[in-house]
Design a protein around this ligand. Structure first.
Ligand SMILES: Cc1cc2nc3c(=O)[nH]c(=O)nc-3n(C[C@H](O)[C@H](O)[C@H](O)COP(=O)(O)OP(=O)(O)OC[C@H]3O[C@@H](n4cnc5c(N)ncnc54)[C@H](O)[C@@H]3O)c2cc1C
Ligand code: FES
Length: 376
């Protein structure tokens, strides 16, 4: 069982011969709605990266800021599994939109999308959401730093700037394992040629099967930064990539004396590295002061958790099925009503104030400050 339904599609020539199809343009997909989106095409970007392009039902436009993401929820093995994917397309062309997905070895959703999703299939998606957009740091001079699939939000921002003739001064630095792993290499090259003040810099860790590669080998260093982008301190920096890459980039900029108030980053990393997650303490052992009892209202299940754990991880360890994706308080997938008790929530934009006012909380970034009853 999976969530893909094949929509009987009449040929485009027939559809667009019907005036209703043209009249439908203009309506918008309400942000936050969950909808079935139709896959229009699947394109290989590299050997392990594909771009999936979609449209909304009824030809509605999708309004988003470049850098925002959708949460897609295919049903895999009978279970709906949610993951966030940045819209790599430009919001200036809102009637079709794309996500660009890298296969993660052993990963459930990325592999499922690569192996199963085809043009004509549909998929449940919600969003768009996210704060990693130029609105967070508007500037004429940008420095985009990405590695691997972290290229997607920066590609969306660059495509939007190109489409709007925004005349931004963009230095687009991308790091890849080998030249053949550079995502969007040809298009970035074309944009560099057509945008007056855009420059690309690709760093590869090795040559792979392209021995004629004559770009820089290795990682971005302070010396490279100072030599290649001497005005880097005048730029707004947006960084996206694996955790190790972002930690190294942040450290490098700090060391180089960059004003970190102008630094923005988004992590695609779903690991809970760094979060202290002590083992669950069985309720029968008594209850020290820093532990709380949580009751799941629907199943009646009860467990005790430490004040340092997130409610999401404790509930999962206790066997509850809680939809989740980013684990960072950005996507909203784990939004759940807290019926009794209080939590401390440190979210990153995945919930609105009116939802908080109604008692909803993001369990992935909430820690208990009292005993709880939650709507699970
Ligand atoms: C805001 C945001 C935007 C994102 N945008 C993009 C994007 O544009 N493009 C993109 O490609 N990705 C993006 N991601 C990452 C994406 O959401 C997924 O995390 C990624 O595709 C991996 O999902 P998966 O289901 O394939 O892997 P998962 O099943 O979640 O597995 C992740 C990792 O855990 C390992 N793992 C899984 N199960 C086990 C197990 N039982 N034991 C040990 N290890 C295990 C896997 O091997 C893998 O290394 C984004 C993430 C966020 C938060
Ligand atoms: S899992 Fe994304 S907000 Fe909680």
């Amino acid at each position: 069982m999976n969530s893909i339904h094949v929509i009987p599609v009449s040929p485009a020539s027939e559809r667009f011969a019907d005036a209703d199809h043209w009249c439908a343009f203009g309506a918008q997909w309400e942000s936050g709605d969950s909808k079935e989106i139709e896959c229009l095409s699947v394109v290989d970007e590299t050997h392990d990266v594909k771009t999936f392009t979609f449209r909304c039902p009824d030809y509605h436009a999708l309004a988003y800021e470049p850098g925002q993401f959708l949460t897609v929820s295919p049903v895999i093995g009978g279970e709906s599994v949610s993951r966030c994917y940045t819209l790599s397309s430009t919001p200036t062309r809102p009637f079709s939109f794309s996500i660009t997905v890298k296969r993660v070895p052993g990963g459930s959703v990325s592999n499922w999308l690569h192996d199963n999703l085809r043009a004509g299939h549909s998929l449940v998606a919600s969003g768009p959401a996210g704060n990693f957009t130029p609105v967070a740091g508007p500037s004429r001079k940008m420095l985009y730093l990405s590695a691997g699939s972290g290229v997607t939000p920066l590609m969306a921002m660059t495509r939007a700037a190109a489409d709007l003739y925004a005349e931004l001064d963009i230095v687009f630095v991308h790091s890849a394992r080998t030249p053949k792993d550079i995502i969007f290499r040809a298009e970035l090259g074309r944009m560099e040629g057509s945008m007056a003040e855009m420059r690309t810099l690709f760093f590869c860790e090795g040559l792979g099967d392209e021995p004629e590669w004559n770009g820089p080998i290795g990682r971005l260093s302070i010396e490279q930064l100072q030599r290649q982008i001497p005005d880097f301190k005048e730029r707004e920096v947006f960084t996206c990539g694996p955790k190790g890459y972002m930690d190294a980039t942040r450290a490098l900029l700090e060391k180089a004396g960059f004003d970190m108030a102008r630094y923005h980053q988004e992590s695609f990393d779903i690991s809970t590295e760094g979060i202290v997650e002590p083992a669950l303490i069985p309720a029968v052992l008594g209850q020290p002061q820093d532990t709380f009892t949580v009751r799941l209202a629907r199943s009646g299940r009860e467990f005790t958790m430490s004040a340092e754990q997130t409610v999401l991880s404790a509930a999962k360890k206790a066997g509850a099925i809680v939809p989740s994706s980013c684990s960072q308080g950005v996507c909203g997938t784990c939004k759940t009503a807290v019926l009794e008790g209080t939590v401390e929530m440190n979210h990153n934009g995945g919930i609105r104030q009116r939802e908080i006012d109604k008692g909803m909380r993001l369990l992935c970034c909430s820690r208990p400050t009292s005993d709880l009853v939650i709507d699970l």
